[in-house]
Design a protein around this ligand. Sequence first.
Ligand SMILES: [Zn+2]
Length: 384
Amino acid sequence: MYLSIEHDGDGNGNVTVQNKEKTASSTWTIEESRYQGEPEQPDGDPTGEASVALVRQELIAPNLIELAFDRDVKYATNTETYQVTVDGKDVTEFTIPCYFDNILSIRLPESVGDPENASIQVKICNQYVRDEKDNYLADGKTCDVSWNPYYTKSYTSECGITIKGCDLVKDSILKYAADVTDIMASKHPEIAEALVAAGADIALYPAEQNIYYIPEEREFYSPDAFGVEDFGGTVELPTTALAANVERDREHAMYPDTNVMAHEFGHAFHLIGIKTADPALFDEIDATYEKVVLQEGKWANSYAGSNRDEYFGQLAALWFNGQAETQTWNGVLGPVNTRDELKEYDPESYALLEKIFPADKYFASPWAKEDTIDNFDINGNPRN
Ligand SMILES: [Zn+2]
């Protein structure tokens, strides 16, 4: 079991945590920092040498500086260690949202207006940054910070949603994700418009990274939530972030046979688009959830039954036959995993979803209707 954490559906800055079953080997390649959570400041002078080095210092988003050390270090998150200047002015209100994988994030209080031409420096002010042998990063050094944006490519769907990523994300994945947004929004262009107006977009990260590489997500880092793969967009943080695994990958996916994008963009669709563009429909989702889940006890012992937002996220994926199947309800999933089975098992939720998403469309291969894996009927009886 591992933790899954998502932006709070109520957009109040809290996060909800759910246990999910880990059903496949993950793509995880990055070790959690050993030093996260230690005191921010060492006691006493270092006993080692000044051998710790900075290998990279870059502005990777208009308000995010990234420093990369040549090794895993401790005590790197103390704001007293760094003095930041932008175009000759001291920036005093910066924060340090996280350190992991040898990289430190420094969040500036304001975006740099002309990042390409700005003059940005970081000065190291003490000898707090140390490795496990108490070797340290020398103080007194001033480093020039260069503009090297994390996002290097993007693709905007017909309905206006931008999908963005770094060089390691394949163009074909951006295009596929854009097509998914177009299909999901095809019945309600006004909901897509509300999403675009709210700044909603989608960030994809490659298998070599984790979700906290996404600049917008750095503040959500915590060692306990290191295994989280995806965040749905909310009004407060309208970027939906997910692994660039929107194509069906049965070998390496953390959620095999699950269309994570339909779930996560489903959250944004619900909590930004529907909420803004169609409050009556938003209330109808609440009412249906209360009736079928809380009163009638449908979706018991599943992620869809855990709360209103996951009910919608799970059913959004299920509508496009994007849910994995298990023979019994196991706390996360169950035998109801297709649009047709939704109609049979929970006709009221089907009627609700039919108002929102197209009933005549599925995604392209490998998520086409004929790709669906459905070995069990809604009661868990084998189909063959
Ligand atoms: Zn969710």
